[in-house]
Design a protein around this ligand. Structure first.
Ligand code: ADP
Length: 738
């Protein structure tokens, strides 16, 4: 056993975070990809891997819950669930399910107490019996006696769909009350399987989906939202691969790639094409030349994103993998974000090679989707959390730590990526929110669990692949028990991760809890640019939660407000946009409201007349309406308004860089809005959807020469230089071998 191994092992044990599987593996495992730094291994502190890994007996523990069915093909799956988890991880919900397969000796970690109980397993007819189950139950009972003397929280689970099983277990653990068929009276919490609108007419309580989240996280909209942030903060948002939106940016894509190749013959990028509403890898393909784009489905243009392909991912066991991280968006206003301390990693099933013409179609080499790889003959269903084709994030981080990788930095980068992504999508979500739940409407309020898919590059930089609005919360996986006959088999590790995430989400949303306001007051954190520490989680449970495990969700916002607040510029623009929407339920600004905005903020003058304002409105609105075919109403949407705002900022503060221009204009507008005349003017906002006759006649046939390319296209074109930089081979960090 090497000295380094001992050091790492001691550190990990100090964390009380890792279990037998990972330890057994240690550094003996050959991994040519992950370099060993000459410095001592990262001192691992409890946070990301604040996770107890324990062995388990997947096959035996839950077979009794299996359900047979004949496979219907992939189409019968819920399209909104983008990943079916198989071998999952063990996070905090260890009470009751930590089984060491080899010795049948059980280690029971009670999270938050640091206590470890041990006992022997008995097996009976293939069903594992937990000998000290009574102990566990007794402990849990004690906790629960304390837990809840008040009226139990009520949960409507009638629309929970595939998350139902995990939800039921969570509710049971919390001793809350489930209403599987709904309830005539209002419930405290409504758990929806797909969207905010699954139950109509909910006017109180809390719903586990935000209005507009599905729309916002479609690939095109996410790309647009991140792109806006990239314009303002190119360095902060370099975690998202360069993307073009099809079909509208097809020409830009071709031109830019040709230019890049002409400028530097050594650059030979690959691109990945993803259908806009796709999931589970459906319809995805790789190309090396823009002429290989498949732009049409029948006579219709395909809506898709074409994206720079990350050619050099970090490999483990020579395989590409990605990370699924669960993130709770607890509230939009104030912004509150939690990250689950345990996640999953999904592995490819064919050894990775950098893309070349010959291997472009090898999906098992390039795509990490479980739903694809499970069909490969090489898929490994493993009972261990640190081997096989699906592993825990902690086991992967452990392995990297053992190789000398600074996993604190990796985790800190991942948290930053999550917060920045949330900051990119929140502005538009606020617009959807006020449309469905306008101020003055009693409720409901919303929260949502999101699934972030993240790839680690070879230089350990995390890259955002996508965010799933409906990550699979299934705790069963499909298994072929006889040719063509599939059975849903419970997956204990999925159960541990996902029940933990759902249960702790519910705890955080407990209407009786006073923690929300406390966490809001605690806003603060680090200065901009500081690394996010992996300090131990502060105990966020209330005294009445008894012996429940400590939360597996870590608050990252407002905790790190200081570090990230400066990024929330578009949100300030959105706040202004919403103020001028005027009529409840609108998502689009009419021409009169836009004029009112300009007048109230005193943005017109002799150089920029109200006629020019009208032209600006028409130009921008017309272009954006063409790019948003599914838009609900006519008028100027938020993205178009942001475009207009950037344009106005550029006019007004010519000598500054874009970010400073926008900040200056925001300050100017906000000051005007707070002035007595601003407040008065806002009261009279009218949101006429009709185009005033005068504007129509003024603008017919006119276009503003500075705006004559579609706004999103103009933005894309302005980034050639950055694209070129991005497509060049990246500088690797010092401690990483090539
Ligand atoms: P889907 O929603 O269909 O799963 P994703 O965006 O998650 O679409 O992509 C599917 C898979 O393709 C990912 O899990 C990842 O393995 C791979 N992938 C996606 N984007 C990239 C990229 N830019 N570079 C490298 N691999 C990628």
């Amino acid at each position: 056993m090497s000295e380094r191994y001992v050091k790492v092992k001691v550190q990990i044990e100090q964390m009380k975070s890792f279990g037998e599987d990972a330890e057994k593996e240690g550094v003996d495992v050959e991994d040519e990809q992950v370099p060993v730094s000459s410095s001592p291994p990262a001192s691992v502190s409890p946070d990301p891997p604040n996770i107890t890994i324990a062995g388990r007996d997947a096959a035996n523990t839950c077979k009794h819950r299996g359900k047979s069915r004949i496979k219907m093909g992939r189409d019968d799956k819920n399209k909104h669930t983008s990943d079916v988890s198989l071998h999952g991880s063990g996070v905090s919900a260890h009470v009751g399910r930590n089984l060491n397969k080899q010795g049948h000796e059980r280690t029971l970690h009670i999270r938050g107490t640091g206590k470890i109980l041990q006992g022997k397993n008995n097996e009976n007819n293939g069903v594992t019996i937990h000998p000290s189950k009574n102990n566990q139950d007794a402990r849990r009972e004690d906790g629960f006696k304390l837990a809840r003397k008040r009226r139990p929280v009520t949960v409507d689970t009638s629309k929970a769909k595939t998350s139902l099983e995990a939800l039921k277990l969570s509710i049971k653990q919390l001793k809350w009350k489930e209403f599987p068929l709904g309830r005539r009276a209002a419930c405290d919490i409504y758990w929806h399987g797909v969207s905010f609108h699954d139950n109509e007419n909910v006017v109180s309580g809390q719903v586990n989906k935000f209005p507009g989240m599905i729309e916002m996280l479609r690939k095109i909209n996410l790309s647009r939202a991140v792109r806006t942030m990239q314009e303002l903060f190119p360095e902060e948002y370099d975690f998202y691969p360069r993307s073009w939106i099809l079909p509208e940016e097809c020409q830009q894509f071709s031109t830019q790639i040709r230019m890049v190749k002409e400028n530097d013959a050594t650059v030979n990028p690959t691109f990945i094409v993803k259908p806009d509403g796709g999931s589970q890898g459906d319809g995805i393909y790789l190309i090396r030349d823009p002429s290989d784009l498949k732009l049409m489905v029948g006579s219709q243009a395909k809506q898709a994103v074409v994206q720079e392909y990350i050619q050099r991912p970090l490999l483990i066991d020579k395989l590409k993998f990605d990370i699924r991280l669960y993130v709770l968006l607890k509230s939009l206003e104030p912004l509150e974000i939690y990250i689950a301390k345990e996640g999953l990693t999904r592995f490819c099933t064919e050894p990775y090679q950098e893309p070349c013409q010959k291997n472009l179609s090898h999906v098992f080499m390039h795509l990490t989707n479980y739903s694809l790889n499970v069909h490969s003959g090489n898929f490994v269903h493993s009972d261990s959390q640190s081997t096989g084709s699906k592993r825990t994030l902690s086991s992967v981080l452990y392995r990297l730590a053992a190789k000398g990788v600074d996993i604190k930095k990796v985790w800190s980068d991942i948290i930053a990526l999550v917060i920045k992504t949330a900051i990119a999508v929140v502005p538009e979500l606020r617009v959807y929110y006020q449309a469905d739940i306008p101020p003055g409407k009693p409720g409901p309020t919303c929260f949502q669990i999101l699934g972030f898919d993240i790839l680690l590059m070879k230089n350990l930089k995390p890259v955002l692949l996508e965010v799933n609005s409906n990550p699979s919360m299934r705790i069963e996986h499909e298994q072929e028990v006889a040719p063509g006959v599939f059975e849903y088999v419970p997956s204990p590790v999925d159960e541990e991760v996902k029940v933990g995430v759902i249960r702790d989400t519910l705890r955080l949303m407990d209407p009786g809890s006073k923690k929300a306001s406390i966490s809001q007051l605690r806003a603060g954190g680090l200065e901009h640019g500081e690394e996010i520490p992996m300090e131990a989680e502060t105990q966020e449970r209330s005294p009445d939660e008894g012996a429940l495990p400590s939360l597996c969700l870590k608050q990252v916002y407002p905790k790190y407000t200081k570090q990230f607040n400066y990024l929330r510029l578009v949100e300030r623009i959105a706040a202004m946009f919403i103020r001028f929407l005027g009529v409840k339920g609108n998502m689009r600004l009419g021409p009169t409201a836009f004029r009112t905005f300009i007048r109230t903020c005193k943005l017109s003058n002799s150089n920029f007349s109200m006629a020019s304002v009208d032209i600006l409105y028409i130009d921008i609105t017309r272009r954006w309406s063409g790019t948003m075919p599914d838009s609900r109403e006519a008028g100027m949407g938020l993205q178009a308004f942001v475009e207009a705002f950037f344009y106005l900022a550029g006019r007004r503060f010519k000598s500054l860089a874009l970010r400073e221009q926008v900040v200056s204009l925001l300050e100017l507008c906000e000051a005007q809005l707070e002035s007595p005349s601003g407040v008065e003017e806002r009261r009279s906002v009218s949101c006429s959807r009709a185009m005033p006759r005068a504007i129509k006649s003024q603008t017919l046939g006119l276009t503003n020469p500075q705006l004559n390319s579609p706004a999103p296209l103009r933005r894309a074109a302005s980034q050639d230089y950055r694209l070129h930089q991005r497509l060049k081979p990246r500088t690797l960090r010092a401690n990483v071998e090539n």
